[in-house]
Design a protein around this ligand. Sequence first.
Ligand code: KG4
Ligand code: ZN
Length: 341
Amino acid sequence: MSLITLGIESSCDETGIALYQMGTGLLAHALHTQIAMHSEYGGVVPELASRDHVQRIVPLIRQVLHEGGVSLKQVDAIAYTQGPGLGGALLVGASVANALAFALDLPTIGIHHLEGHLLSPLLSDPAPEFPFVALLVSGGHTQLMRVDGVGEYQLLGETLDDAAGEAFDKSAKLLGLDYPGGAALAALAAQGHPNLYKLPRPMLHSGDFDFSFSGLKTAVLTLVRNSDDGPQTRADIAHAAQEAIIDVLAYKARAALAHTGLDQLVVAGGVGANRLLRERLTRDIEKRGGRVFYPDLEFCTDNGAMIAFAGALRLARQQGDKHYRFNVKARWNLQELNHAG
Ligand code: KG4
Ligand code: ZN
């Protein structure tokens, strides 16, 4: 029987639990999102996030075991998000993972949240093969990475200020939409007319693979202040904001493929759920003979499946251990993983 890994994600505002079995695939997964709870405050409240993870995590583990038809005794290892993220929220997952593993005498493995996102397209069929370029676009990160294998990550470029997800969220907020706003802005943009407003494409021709989105937010703010607040105008501005973000992401992703000479692009992270971004990337890159891979929509945003999966791949490399520990890493550079192999 091949190994069964229980995966626990609790780095931000989603409690995600999953069971992954090598050779078989995903056995079960479940997610509780706290978006409704935080939206009242216009953003994630860390203390509330931690308390909610505490309440959700054990019932969700029970649910996933039940749905997967797996008893705790059949679990071979426990993977959890060790960072980066909110310290308190991470500690909830780390504590449950290590306590459970200690009680069951199982190995644990702490997973880097972004590695989870990076590898999540490998859960889909067809899956990309190493090496590939990854465009990682989440609420907190915008990075282009060369991926040669598990634990072989080379940063090509990243955002110098706001992430693409933040650019979506902040523009959405300026347009009066609820947090986290990315999907709502995309929906509003669909009602907008193209080419009415021209917003800046920061660093488009900087000649590297870095991004900057904070100027875009300022430009949206200026536009909102100087326009009427009718629904059509708001939709037109949303359209322009989305176009600007997508243009920059698509241009730099293409440039990264050209630079590395690779022909596969993997898109991961919450913004990867954006339909227009997907259409643009697929069109641009297939035209040049390349291929684009996306995680299934439900695995674009935070989830337990990507953590169980990354854990399974690392455990297959003998990287789990029984040194139970609670040293979560609120900040953690993905490239530190390269030394660990
Ligand atoms: O990866 P993720 O779930 O969380 C982090 O690890 O940060 O990404 C969340 C981000 C948010 O900024 C959210 O607004 C954005 O992904 N997002 C979208 C869409 N769905 C989620 N942005 C644009 N279009 C979407 N359809
Ligand atoms: Zn994430």
